[in-house]
Ligand binder design. Structure first.
Ligand SMILES: [Zn+2]
Length: 265
């Protein structure tokens, strides 16, 4: 019987699992631990030195040694895993682990998980106010260190700001019912703003009911669980903004090119 779904993937353990989280492997699953300790896969990740995504593979140095015994890593103590960018083999990512009995713990890494993740959200700095963009990076940094409530508060502020932007726009319209909006809960607000918000958000508005809860009602774990959902909601709103900006830019360019052409014919 395998319980592999209870464990992070080998790649996930390197680049997604927060530092200091202890993963204990059952006797039957020691081989999954071995796949981390003797990590030998290629994977896609952001390379800070290329400043783009690249494919990474294990750098073994002089020490390539694979134990085929599942239990070979138990109680191994502190060890490091180095992976290299296949675009330029001098670009490396470093991970330090500790194996005590049948448990593995990541105790250090360079660059940080936040640095590896932040590249993918950089594009949003163009469509999000500087203050809120900085809060988005803080939220991700906190969440990657297992800080639930703190990271959630930042995301909630950004989400509410984006909802409020749509509210400001629609409240200018004749048919707008401000009294009803004031009384509405978060999922009803999203419904009322449906003309301005992405369809995905409107269709899945029940996901955001957690935003109506008071900060004191939320547990650390609830916040960490809700974090990816709220983050995706924010990203979808921002993706639409980027699309809109790009479309307007293209239209303006096409118009300019057309009028230049018209002048010649
Ligand atoms: Zn690189």
């Amino acid at each position: 019987m395998t319980t592999s779904s209870n464990y992070p993937s080998s790649k996930g353990f390197l680049i997604e699992v927060p530092l200091y989280e202890v993963v204990k492997y059952e006797d039957a699953d020691l081989d999954l631990g071995r796949q981390v300790v003797y990590f030998n896969e290629t994977f896609d990740s952001y390379c800070p030195e290329c400043n783009s995504h690249s494919i990474f593979e294990r750098y073994w140095g002089q020490n390539k040694y694979i134990s085929y015994e599942s239990a070979g890593w138990v109680n191994r103590g502190v060890f490091s895993i180095e992976v290299m960018c296949t675009r330029d083999r001098r670009h490396r990512l470093f991970f330090i682990f500790k194996a005590v009995e049948q448990s593995l713990q990541k105790i250090g890494q360079l660059p940080s998980i936040a640095d590896l993740n932040l590249f993918d959200i950089k594009k949003y700095s163009k469509v999000l106010e500087r203050k809120y963009f900085s809060e988005l990076t803080k939220a991700i940094g906190l969440a990657t260190h297992g800080v639930g409530v703190g990271s959630f508060v930042y995301l909630r502020r950004i989400f509410e700001f984006l909802i409020e932007e749509s509210h400001m726009k629609l409240s200018q319209e004749q048919a707008w019912d401000e009294e009803a909006y004031k009384k509405a809960r978060m999922n009803e607000e999203i419904e009322m703003l449906s003309a301005e918000l992405p369809d995905f958000l409107v269709e899945n508005k029940s996901m955001y009911s957690i935003l109506s809860k008071g900060i004191h009602e939320l547990s650390e774990n609830e916040c960490l669980k809700a974090f990816p959902i709220i983050k995706v909601g924010i990203e979808i709103i921002l993706d639409e903004k980027i699309d809109k900006v790009n479309k307007e830019k293209k239209l303006a360019e096409a118009k300019k090119a057309l009028s230049a052409l018209g002048g010649k014919i």
